[in-house]
Design a protein. Structure first.
Length: 145
């Protein structure tokens, strides 16, 4: 049996899996019981606590435009705790059928144990993400409600 993935390997599998749209594989990067929060989400989305919740989170939405993207400018900082890394990155790409490029920066603070994410604080540019997906008006209205 191969050794479990390192925190760096898990992070790279996660961001590249998102960029490549490998939605069915992503939940398996997380422990069955986990704690994933998005502290800067404008609607204060609840934490994702189980692999099943993550499966739903990663389920593609047919109404959203298809994004052609890749994870770039990746910088991984190791910490004194061997389970924890801080990863800086950007998703860069275009919306399918549009010429305007986008860049969505992010920072993840991830704890990986036995090759699976047991906790993650994901700091993303949610406003740019909503704009790119054509959901900015919906998000602003939801924030006002």
């Amino acid at each position: 049996m191969p050794p479990p993935l390192t925190p760096k390997e898990v992070f790279l599998a996660l961001v590249n899996g998102v960029a490549e749209g490998r939605w069915d594989e992503l939940p398996d990067l997380y422990a069955e019981q986990t704690d994933v929060v998005h502290p800067f989400h404008p609607l204060r989305a609840p934490a994702l606590r189980t692999r099943d919740e993550l499966r739903e989170h990663f389920r593609p939405n047919d109404a959203s435009p298809r994004l052609n993207r890749k994870a770039t400018n990746i910088v991984i900082h190791e910490t004194k705790d061997p389970e924890v890394i801080i990863a800086e990155f950007e998703y860069q790409g275009t919306v399918e059928g549009a010429d305007e490029p986008f860049s969505i920066p992010g920072i993840f603070v991830i704890r990986v144990r036995d090759g699976q994410i047991v906790s993650s604080r994901d700091y993303l540019d949610h406003l740019t993400s909503a704009r790119v997906r054509g959901q900015l008006d919906w998000l602003v209205a939801a924030m006002k409600a």
